[in-house]
Design a protein around this ligand. Structure first.
Ligand SMILES: Cc1cc2nc3c(=O)[nH]c(=O)nc-3n(C[C@H](O)[C@H](O)[C@H](O)COP(=O)(O)O)c2cc1C
Length: 345
């Protein structure tokens, strides 16, 4: 516990990337916090065939290289998404590439898919594949790839037998041109190839940006339905929201944390309406409390994820959200979290 405290509080004296590295290092020692993920029976749920002990997951980008998924599961998360992984290792953008905005409880990052590549990350995932706990992989494409679709296909082929789910991430703002894969024709072709490449029935999720026009959203909803992906993650970081920031407003990259809560929840709600319950939604963006988590669920999310709030609030946030969610469900008369999904509609 003390190392993690160092990892989340004292460590903020360091630049954010160094702090992040130190936190991963601390978790590697095995001395992280331990919280029972299945403490509240009402939080147990099943989504896309995954039986999770609770609906709160760790979002992609924290454990990019799959170094500490089991330590993260021990913190109480119901599931953990590692990555993004690209086929070849790549260094990402030059530093500095991540910026804290404490006043807004936000972060701007432009890491650009720095990661150890499919061989190294695949080896780590294979070596823990028989352990309990739901660990999924976030898939990206190499910056210099001349066939990005094949990058996702390679990821699914190499990893789908070692993970609980694969996420097709076409929504990072930090790889030039990547988000163009959200266009209807490109997305349709990409998802068709990815779905054909998977081993067995590993669920495939699609992760989208929050910065979409109404036409984009309608197109994506149509492709999601026709390609039979197993879930839609809403959303990645935003390239908008820069107007009122107290600092770093000129930094390129994706904004996450509190300022992302309202826009990402609005997009979630729209997709919930467009998909009509046919495809489960995973709500992410600015969750920092049980109220935020519950709001995403009532807006239509069957599962939720967070990242940025962990930087500011530390690991106690996980048991706090779980306890608060269980309490809110009981107060509102829901015996299980699944009953509250989309309840605001
Ligand atoms: C430093 C950092 C790195 C990230 N890296 C990835 C990534 O590799 N793949 C991805 O799909 N999302 C990535 N994300 C986005 C998060 O998974 C999440 O969608 C977003 O931050 C919104 O959630 P939050 O407000 O709780 O942080 C990253 C976010 C941050 C802050």
């Amino acid at each position: 516990m003390s190392i993690w405290r160092f990892g989340t509080y004292g460590v903020r004296a360091f630049d954010p990337e160094t702090a992040h590295r130190l936190t991963i290092g601390a978790l590697k020692t095995g001395l992280g916090p331990r919280v029972k993920a299945d403490r509240y029976p009402s939080l147990k749920t099943e989504v896309a065939g995954l039986a999770v002990p609770n609906p709160l997951g760790l979002a992609a980008g924290f454990d990019k290289n799959a170094e500490v998924p089991d330590a993260l599961l021990r913190m109480g998360f119901g599931f953990v998404e590692v990555g993004a992984v690209t086929p070849k290792p790549q260094p990402g953008n030059p530093r500095p590439r991540v910026f804290r905005l404490p006043r807004e409880q936000a972060v701007i990052n432009r890491y650009g898919f720095n990661n150890d590549g499919l061989d190294a990350i695949g080896g780590r995932l294979a070596s823990r594949a028989s352990r309990p706990g739901i660990v999924g992989i976030n898939l990206g494409a190499n910056k210099d790839s001349d066939d990005r679709t094949q990058d996702y296909v390679a990821g699914v082929k190499a990893l789908s037998s070692h993970v609980a789910f694969c996420t097709v991430n076409v929504s990072s703002p930090n790889t030039p041109g990547l988000r163009a894969l959200q266009d209807q024709a490109s997305l349709k072709a990409l998802l068709s190839d990815v779905m054909a490449a998977r081993e067995g029935a590993v669920p495939i999720f699609l992760k989208v940006a929050p910065d979409l026009t109404d036409e984009d959203k309608a197109d994506i909803a149509a492709v999601v339905l026709s390609s039979r992906v197993d879930g839609l993650i809403v959303s990645n970081t935003t390239i908008g929201g820069r107007e009122d920031l107290s600092q770093h407003g000129d930094e390129k990259g994706g904004l996450s944390g509190r300022p992302l809560f309202a826009p990402s929840t609005a997009v979630l709600r729209e997709f919930a309406k467009a998909l009509g319950g046919k495809v489960p939604l995973i709500g992410v963006g600015g969750i920092a409390s049980a109220d935020d988590a519950y709001a995403k669920i009532k807006a239509g999310a069957s599962l939720i994820q967070l990242y940025t709030a962990l930087i500011y609030k530390g690991p106690d946030l996980v048991p706090d959200i779980l306890a608060g969610l269980a309490e809110r469900l009981a107060v509102d008369g829901f015996s299980s979290v699944a009953d509250a999904v989309g309840a605001e509609a």
